[in-house]
Design a protein around this ligand. Sequence first.
Ligand SMILES: Nc1ncnc2c1ncn2[C@@H]1O[C@H](COP(=O)(O)OP(=O)(O)OP(=O)(O)O)[C@@H](O)[C@H]1O
Length: 238
Amino acid sequence: MEEEDTVKALEADGLGKRFRTRWALREATFELPAGARCALVGPNGAGKTTLLNLVTGLLVPTTGGVRVLGRPLEPSRVAFVAQDKPLYRRWSVADLLRYGAATNPRWDRHAAASFLRAHEIPVQERADRLSGGQRTLVALALAVGKRAGLLVLDEPLAELDPLARIQVMDAVREQETTVLLSSHILADLAGVCDHLILLGAGRVRLCGSFTELLAARPTATTMEDLVLDHLRDPGLAR
Ligand SMILES: Nc1ncnc2c1ncn2[C@@H]1O[C@H](COP(=O)(O)OP(=O)(O)OP(=O)(O)O)[C@@H](O)[C@H]1O
C-alpha cells in the first residue's frame, strides 16, 4: 500500500524540446501524484502543447524524458484528447467506439458506453453533426474507454459555450484517473483541479498542489490570483 501511494502518475526529468534553433520547452522537471487533477496554464506560446505532446509520446524530446506510473512512457498508458477532436468527424459515434475497441488493448466498452449514456450523446450520430461540447464529450468517452493511467487534455474548453464548459469540466471531475489539462479559462479550472503547472517562456515557473502553492504565497487566496500574479511578471513574456 505504501509503495502504491508513492508511485507518481507522471514524472518529467529535464524535459526539453527544440525546434531548429528555438527551444519550445526547456529543463522541465516536475511530478504529479496519482489521482491529481492538474491544470497546465501559461501565456500563448509558453510551451503547453509542446509539453503535452511530449507527455503523450507524439513528440520526441530533445533532452530528458518522461515516466508514467513509474515506467518509461508507453503511449497505450496515456489517453489524449487533442485540440482537434475527435479525429474522424465523418464517422458516427458508434464507429469511433468500434475504432477505440480495435486499437486499444485494454478497451473498456462498458465504461465508454455508460459515459456516453450519462451525457446523452446519440451514438448513431455522425461526429460532425454534434455540437462542439458533445464532440469533446465523445473524445473524452474514447479516452475513458482506453483505461489509461493518465488522461491528457489539450484545451478541452476552447470554443465551448459556458454550459458546455460546465458539462465537460463535470465529466473531468468524475474521472478517478490522473488528469493533466491545459486551458486559458482559469475560472473553470479552479473548481476541478487541485494541482497546477504554470509555464512561462518555455520553462516551468510554478508546480505543485494548490494548497502548497497558496501557502507559499500568502498574498494570493485563489488559484486565479496565483496565476495572474505570476503572469503579470514581464519575465514570462517570450
Ligand atoms: N512544430 C513546431 N515547429 C517550430 N516551432 C514550434 C513548433 N511547435 C511549437 N513551436 C514553437 O514553440 C513555442 C511553444 O509553442 P506551444 O504551441 O507549445 O505553446 P502553447 O503554450 O501551447 O501556446 P498556445 O497557448 O498559443 O496554444 C512557440 O514559440 C511555437 O511557435
